[in-house]
Design a protein around this ligand. Structure first.
Ligand code: ADP
Length: 474
């Protein structure tokens, strides 16, 4: 599979009207590709293509649409090493994680291929006078999809699969840091036989202008976005012009609570998985670690040992678990956050291998007060911020004192406590004695400022469907 560097509009691979932009390898900083930089006419052409393709696509039998998705996921699995190499090349994550991302992404294509044939409406009991009400499910229309760089394949698969299964057509704007995986993914969709115009990709450097154009079009009926809360707010405001539906998967600030009655080894392993995947650059990463005083010292000493054993280095080299951060800007941001944390009274009890470039050493910080900036922001780096607590009430209060409401984690072997705390946590997802929670079969999403809508599960398809009510006279 050659590297695909063109935009994909109406079934054709086209050069960017604004030339190209560079994509680099975060591990070395080397430029690895120059990708088509689309202008707004090309964005409009992609909207035209998707709009024209929509009617025939939605009228296909659901099974025919789902067959295409099934064929696509098989191609992904057949090409998993090549796709994983691309993910590592442009995002920096370790190969083992890239391979897992391909399999995870493919699982959404399969899940929605299976769900798409079950977009059931209802027949309702007859009304007085004999009228018969009924509902049918119909696709919302053309969907704009804007995705981040941290899961360059999976974030697209999670949105495109339910959209296509429902009968929608899509215009995808991938992150400028990681367009190669998106283009490779769509090249496989072309092989799987999706009709021209069904799936369009518009890579570009001017995300704000592209986003504005997508929101300004009354033909775009839904916007599905994963990324920062700041950009989510902008897009939500822009979508008001035509009352586009929005699904927003925004930033988190996940609490990770370890109670006195937890299995500590399980908790340490869960924390490593929840924190260090993609060098901490995930929206469900454990951000605020709360450990009950009775097990605090034992937990932290086990944790310190494991943090120091993490292998930092290029993701392409076997055995490395911590790759580089995505950019120098990200590196500066994490460095500043740690400096601020230390000057606000935190103590540093472990620092792993420190390599030059965009690599940030795995770091363990303790004595974090709730007013510390590192407690209030998404760290998005391999830094653990740990604090102790005394009571269950205190843990829940601290955990909930954030605007974010995406993932949360709790470790305890007391089933009554688990139920109480899980029900009290104001988050869309709760990992109970588990650090990796995301799966195609369950609804992923946040509450409060972490977003709107759910991806995966039964709910994932609904976000791309309208319910139409039909009333039959007697
Ligand atoms: P991150 O911090 O993960 O890069 P962003 O929210 O900045 O999060 O980016 C997520 C996606 O949103 C990327 O595809 C990016 O290009 C795009 N994006 C950034 N700013 C805007 C904007 N103003 N309007 C539309 N899309 C944007």
């Amino acid at each position: 599979m050659a590297i695909q560097d063109k935009a994909y509009i109406d079934g054709r691979w086209v050069a960017g009207n604004l030339g190209c932009f560079d994509v680099d390898d975060p591990a070395s900083g080397d430029i690895v590709a120059r990708v088509a930089n689309v202008d707004l006419d090309q964005v409009e052409a992609a909207i035209d293509a998707a709009s024209n393709a929509f009617e025939p696509w939605r009228l296909q039998p659901a099974q025919a649409r789902c067959d295409r998705l099934m064929a696509w996921q098989l191609l992904l699995l057949a090409q998993q090493s090549r796709l994983a190499e691309l993910i590592t090349l442009e995002s920096g994550k370790p190969m083992s994680e890239s391979l897992a991302e391909v399999v995870y992404g493919a699982s959404y294509l399969k899940w929605f291929a299976e769900q798409g044939v079950r977009a059931y409406g209802h027949t309702l009991p007859a009304l007085p006078g004999g009228r018969r009400p009924m509902t049918i499910k119909q696709p919302v229309g053309v969907v704009a999809i804007i995705t981040p760089w941290n899961f360059p394949l999976a974030m697209i698969a999670r949105k495109v699969a339910p959209a296509l299964a429902a009968g929608c057509c899509v215009v995808i704007k991938p992150a400028a840091e990681t367009p190669l995986t998106a283009l490779a993914l769509v090249a496989l969709a072309e092989q799987a036989g999706f009709p021209a115009g069904c799936i369009n990709v518009v890579p570009g450097i001017d995300a704000a202008a592209i986003g504005q154009r997508l929101c300004a079009s009354p033909r775009i009926r839904k916007l599905s976005f994963t990324g920062s809360t700041a950009v989510g707010r902008i897009l939500m405001a822009q979508s008001a012009a035509h009352i586009q539906k929005v699904s927003l998967e925004l930033g988190g600030n996940a609490p990770f609570i370890v109670f006195d009655d937890a299995d500590l080894d399980l908790a340490v392993d869960g924390l490593l998985a929840a924190k260090f995947r993609n060098s901490g650059q995930t929206c469900v990463a454990a951000n605020r670690i709360l450990v009950q005083q009775g097990v605090y010292q034992a937990f932290v000493s086990k944790l310190r040992e494991k943090v120091l054993a993490l292998k930092v280095g290029p993701g392409a080299i076997d055995g490395n678990n911590i790759g580089p951060l995505i950019s120098q800007v990200a590196h500066r941001r994490v460095s500043r956050l740690v400096e601020q944390a230390l000057s606000a009274g935190a103590t540093c009890s472990a620092v792993g291998t420190d390599l030059p470039g965009r690599f940030y050493p795995p770091t363990l910080l303790e004595s974090i007060r709730p007013s510390n900036p590192i407690w209030q922001q998404e760290i998005f780096g391999p830094v653990l911020a740990v604090t102790g607590f005394d009571t269950e009430e205190e843990a829940v209060r601290l955990a909930n004192s954030t605007e974010a409401g995406l993932a949360s984690y709790l470790y305890s072997d007391n089933v009554r406590r688990v139920m109480r705390v899980a029900e009290s946590l104001q988050f869309g997802m709760v990992g109970v004695n588990e650090g990796i929670i995301s799966t195609a079969v369950a609804p992923f999403g946040g509450i409060k400022s972490s977003g709107l809508g759910r991806e995966g599960g039964q709910e994932g398809l609904d976000d791309y469907l309208e319910t139409k009510y039909l009333c039959f006279g007697s």
